[in-house]
Ligand binder design. Structure first.
Ligand code: ADP
Length: 582
């Protein structure tokens, strides 16, 4: 019920159109009933050989209802599908607004196949929630009341049977169908999501699966999930058939009861035979409303489960920071960064990943964030980028709490090169100009020169317009890294964050490209994340992070003279380097 309430809130902006479509839905059923009623009257009356004048009104009625039925049904479909599509648009906008802040932080918790399933299949399941459920339920209610009123008008003997029949067919049967469908539907949604996740994972990790000879194992898993999925689909179809049959039985029983109690009075001349025929015909006509609500009940569990999965995202988003209002572009052109007493854990029951971090990065500073893997370097950066909400301590950007900055300004402030940069299934040009749509041809080539990819690009069949392949998989690790670095050179952001930028490059090339980066970033803040302690003499300051705490901090020269963790790491690295050289 809560879920239905939360879904209906999406309807708020279109409440007038929704109301119109329900009125049209009732009118469509009313014209169907009117058509069958007047047609039955006409046929039954005609059998008694009256004069044509007596049939005139019925003939006009049949003509009117016949025409009106098609027109009203057309209008009803038009309006209700309009509401449906707008509702879907609303849901899509809501989903993307929820996913945008959520995904960077929760990528690890939401496998990509699962996100795909939520954004396509779950939304599709919801699409028909309004047209297939809300509207038919209301139409069924009004139809039942109208039919009971009409049969009561004909004779008080009939209305209880009509009430029982329609409540049975349009109320109890859909409830039963819903109760039976609920469990297999839940399992079908979950199995479908698991199947999607498995397939996407299989495609993404194909190389490793093949390498480790795991393809049969994965395929067997996919097949098992697929067969469960089809089995559940069959079970749902089975219940659907039973529901259809049951509702027909209710309607049939009502017709029988009406005839059973009506024939005697007709034989005795207390009730008109023609009206009895009309009543039977309109009861049969009202089954149109019944079949719509049955379809709604069959889809309801699917829509509710999908809705639950989608609304679950809102709960997950609660720990992710949302955008503020401040938009002072002049400050973020030269922002100082201040981190004060920052502590962070990923979940309440998990250990601290960052423990009372204090850090000041004036604008234009080149700072190194050094520490072994798992020290909390990426976490600190992700908090700076507001992927997660800061709960203990504060981060200020240009003197303003990070939480107060609006999303767009924040994105324009930072340029980040992640450890595993993402290359899009795009052309070389598309990949380069991603963050710099203003860059012209010469700037693109200049950026490629900086990362020593220009010669390679000139040899490509269509140069900048060459397709770099699915997710850049046809590029080598070093090429991918340099392509991502070229994007950095095109950025206009004042704060550049580079996570192990030279990791896939050979030493001499890494040195050359680093030199160019340092010169390019002269008037910007540069945060250089690494786990290797050498080649960092050019930095203004190095912050050494270990197990979530800052254990050392100072200029490279100061740190080298000390006897702390940095010196130990440096000595160890030198010993290894010498060992390799020997
Ligand atoms: P570094 O970048 O220094 O290698 P990270 O900041 O990535 O370290 O990770 C610090 C710790 O936080 C690690 O123990 C890691 O397992 C954990 N961690 C990182 N991301 C998540 C996450 N999304 N959920 C839970 N724990 C995480």
């Amino acid at each position: 019920m809560i879920i239905i309430g939360r879904l209906v809130r999406f309807l708020k902006p279109f409440v007038v159109q929704a109301g119109v479509s329900i009125v049209l839905g009732v009118a469509a059923i009313a014209t169907s009933i009117g058509l069958l009623g007047t047609a039955a009257y006409l046929i039954a009356q005609a059998a008694l050989h009256p004069s044509i004048a007596e049939l005139h009104i019925a003939i006009v009625g049949v003509r009117f209802f016949g025409l009106a039925r098609s027109i009203i049904r057309y209008l009803e479909r038009w309006v209700s599908h309009g509401v449906n599509l707008r509702l879907l648009g609303q849901l899509q906008r809501w989903l993307y607004r929820t996913l945008v802040p959520l995904l960077p932080a929760r990528q690890t918790l939401l496998p990509s196949g699962d996100v795909l399933h939520r954004s396509i299949t779950d939304l599709e399941n919801l699409e028909n929630f309004y047209v297939r459920f809300i509207s038919p339920s209301l139409v069924m209610m009004v139809t039942t009341i109208g039919m009971v009123w009409f049969s009561g008008l004909l004779s008080p003997a009939f209305w209880p049977w009509v009430a029982v029949g329609l409540v049975g067919a349009g109320g109890l049967t859909p409830l039963l169908v819903y109760a039976f469908q609920n469990k297999p539907t839940l399992r079908q949604v979950e199995t479908g999501a698991a199947l999607n996740t498995r397939i996407v994972e299989f495609i993404q990790g194909m190389e490793d699966y093949l390498l480790y000879g795991q393809e049969d194992f994965i395929l067997a898993q996919v097949e098992r999930l697929e067969s469960t999925y089809h089995h559940l689909q069959l079970r749902r179809a089975h219940y659907r058939g039973l529901g259809d049959g049951l509702s027909l039985a209710w309607i049939g029983m009502t017709v029988w009861l009406v005839l059973w109690f009506g024939i005697d009075p007709v034989a005795r001349g207390e009730f008109s035979g023609v009206l009895l025929v009309v009543l039977v015909a309109v009861i049969l006509a009202s089954s149109e409303a019944v079949s719509a609500i049955l379809q709604g009940a069959q889809n309801l569990p699917l829509a509710l489960h999908s809705a639950r999965r989608l609304l679950e995202l809102e709960g997950m988003a609660s720990r992710v920071a949302v955008g503020g209002e401040v938009k002072d572009k002049s400050v973020v052109r030269r922002p100082d960064i201040l981190v004060r007493d920052l502590s962070f854990r990923y979940a309440p029951d998990m250990p601290l990943v960052l423990d009372r971090i204090n850090l000041s990065i004036p604008f234009g500073y080149h700072i190194g964030l050094l520490g072994p893997s798992g020290a909390g370097k990426s976490t600190l950066i992700h908090l700076l980028l507001r992927f997660w909400a800061v709960e203990q301590g504060e981060i200020y950007l240009g003197g303003v709490p990070l939480a107060n900055w609006d999303e767009e300004t924040l994105h324009q402030t930072f340029m980040v090169l992640e450890q595993r940069p993402y290359i899009f299934s795009e052309t070389l040009r598309g990949n380069l100009s991603l963050g710099a749509p203003q860059a012209d041809e010469s700037q693109l080539w200049w950026a490629l020169e900086q990362v020593e990819l220009a010669d390679w690009a000139r040899r490509l069949p269509e140069r900048l317009n060459t397709w770099v392949g699915n997710l850049g998989l046809q590029l080598s690790g070093g090429e991918r890294q340099r392509l991502a670095l070229a994007r950095v050179f095109l950025s206009e952001a004042p704060v550049i964050i580079l996570d192990e930028p030279t990791v896939h490059l050979d030493w001499t090339q890494a040195t050359r490209i680093t030199g160019r980066l340092i010169a390019w970033a002269e008037r910007r803040t540069l945060i250089w994340i690494t786990h290797l302690p050498y080649g960092l003499d050019w930095l203004d300051e190095i912050v050494v992070l270990r197990q979530g705490q800052i254990v050392e901090q100072g200029t490279p020269q100061e740190l080298e003279q000390g006897r702390g963790f940095y010196t130990r790491m440096l000595n160890l690295a030198r010993r290894y380097a010498n060992g390799f050289a020997a």
